[in-house]
Design a protein around this ligand. Structure first.
Ligand SMILES: Cc1cc2nc3c(=O)[nH]c(=O)nc-3n(C[C@H](O)[C@H](O)[C@H](O)COP(=O)(O)OP(=O)(O)OC[C@H]3O[C@@H](n4cnc5c(N)ncnc54)[C@H](O)[C@@H]3O)c2cc1C
Length: 386
């Protein structure tokens, strides 16, 4: 369809990628975000090859390569530092046709904003209601302003208000059962090799170091904890307690991290939704499918959404409503599959059934990379650009 005006609620990676894809399709785009300053929550993400391919398709291949980390290997160690497996990621890259890029969130957001045009995003715009009729849809903001277009895309994240509008009820997020601390530290060889994704596992906990651009590591710690465990004053003391006796690099990482720049998140996901679309209004990214980060796929799925939605609109000449339904039909099962797989992966990593977790630790010792890479490839290759 030609000459559409899209209103996007949310300037996260999903909303911005969608804005770029729709502008490239010739549509007018307005993006609104509730915040007064765009500062993404979280330190970094691994953008797997399916997400990178969408960015390549949007003409951002060089840009993402310039801010992405060079992750050539992957290695697992036991909590005490015993090597379990260590392998090259080249077979994975060859199989899927694109290198993954671990990337700082602020740099990814900056890249997307620049490609979109910063002036397309209006801040201090908290959407509180949606209205629609046969010809248009309108977002209503907290201060009474309104924005009307041919369609509204709810890219307003895991606490989405547009989701509530689409479904007619509020969705309860599910606690996945663990807390994640994440941040950035300067890369150094006493923590991990600078070209390798290194993961320590034991006691149902996990510590990860991933190389991102400009000689930094994106780190995270996972610990299974009851929901609502109070946040302590000092994350370093808290982590030292949880990781007492772990290998030297883990202790060094805890000492070296900046507690004021470390995030502490209780990990949630959302059961597959019965619908993503109501008339001229649809959901995208975490608003439609919040996942545990255990496959590193939440943001990648938002990128896939962006590409499929733009394609669905541009190739359809029936109606906006029909395009949105087709987008939902293509994306819903794929996204639900990722959410389910991530939860299963989390259950194994975090000891939901302790025997299975022990078996996984034992299997890692026999792993030459084939099974791990096959599983990652399978998820990547189920994307829309393969
Ligand atoms: C610990 C952790 C690690 C992760 N690691 C990875 C990874 O390695 N790889 C990966 O691909 N994904 C990862 N993810 C998932 C990824 O962060 C999300 O899937 C991604 O940020 C979703 O993008 P989004 O644009 O849909 O939502 P968001 O990034 O949440 O953006 C939503 C935007 O909407 C705005 N907004 C919200 N409500 C309103 C409103 N009412 N009105 C106006 N604006 C509003 C918000 O201010 C925000 O800017 C991880 C997530 C977590 C928690």
């Amino acid at each position: 369809m030609n000459h559409l005006k899209a209103i996007i609620i949310g300037a996260g990676m999903g909303g911005l990628a969608t804005g770029i894809a729709l502008r490239q399709s010739g549509y007018e785009v307005e993006i609104y975000d509730r915040v007064s300053e765009l500062r993404p929550a979280g330190a970094a993400i691994s953008l797997w090859s399916n997400g990178v391919k969408v960015l390549n398709r949007l003409g951002l291949g060089k840009e993402i390569a310039s801010i992405g980390g060079q992750m050539d290997r992957m290695a697992y160690y036991s909590s005490t530092g015993e090597p379990l497996t260590d392998f090259s990621l080249s077979p994975l890259i060859e199989q899927v046709g694109q290198r993954p890029y671990p990337v700082a969130r602020t740099e990814l957001q900056g890249m997307l904003l620049e490609a979109l045009g910063v002036d397309r995003v209006q801040l201090n715009s908290k959407c509180v209601a949606i209205e629609q009729d046969a010809d248009s849809a309108t977002a209503v903001f907290e201060d009474g302003r309104r924005a009307t277009g041919d369609l509204i895309i709810g890219a307003d994240g895991t606490h989405s208000v547009i989701r509530q509008y689409v479904l007619g009820y509020a969705v309860e997020r599910q606690y996945v059962g663990y807390v994640n601390w994440n941040g950035l530290v300067p890369a150094s060889e006493d923590l991990a090799p600078k070209d390798s994704w290194v993961i320590y596992v034991g006691d149902h906990k996990r510590v990860s170091l991933m190389p991102i651009a400009n000689d930094r590591f994106y780190f995270f710690f996972d610990v299974p904890l009851p929901k609502g465990t109070p946040k302590p004053e000092n994350y370093q003391t808290e982590l030292s307690g949880f990781f007492e006796g772990w290998a030297d690099p883990v202790q060094t990482l805890i000492q070296r991290l900046d507690p004021l720049k470390t995030n502490r998140v209780e990990i949630h996901d959302v059961e597959a939704l019965p619908a993503w679309t109501k008339g001229r209004v649809t959901l995208l990214g975490d608003a439609g499918h919040s996942t545990a980060p255990d496959l590193g796929q939440g943001g990648c799925q938002a990128m896939e959404d962006a590409w499929v939605l733009a394609n669905s609109l541009v190739t359809n000449n029936i109606s906006v409503e029909d395009s949105l339904k087709r987008y939902e039909m293509i994306r819903k099962d794929r996204a639900a599959d990722v959410v389910n797989k991530a939860r299963k992966r989390s259950d194994v990593t975090h000891g939901k059934d302790p025997e299975k977790t022990q078996q996984w630790y034992a299997d890692l010792k026999k792993e030459d990379g084939t099974d791990i890479m096959n599983a990652i490839c399978k998820t990547i290759l189920a994307g829309p650009l393969n």
